[in-house]
Design a protein around this ligand. Structure first.
Ligand SMILES: [Zn+2]
Length: 81
């Protein structure tokens, strides 16, 4: 139903800066593709170690896939009509 879609689109993804504690907002896509994030507050560069955080990235990938499936499904439903 529409509630699920609303929650998914409003959910913020990102991580907390280990140096200044500011929440660094980033998209799931960026987390999966970038090698590093930069904190907008203290400009600390955080390198993303994909091997170490593989379970986390697997979980993120699942979320992203679920969102894509949802979008494709709603697109398909619209085309059917
Ligand atoms: Zn910071």
């Amino acid at each position: 139903m529409s509630n699920v879609e609303k929650n998914a689109s409003e959910q913020k993804s990102g991580m907390k800066c280990p140096q200044c504690g500011k929440f660094i907002e980033t998209s799931i896509f960026e987390l999966l593709t970038l090698n590093a994030l930069e904190c907008p507050s203290c400009h600390l560069r955080l390198s993303i170690d994909r091997m170490k955080s593989k379970p986390a990235f697997d979980a993120l990938r699942k979320v992203q896939q679920a969102q894509q499936n949802l979008e494709e499904k709603s697109k398909y439903d619209r085309e059917k009509r």
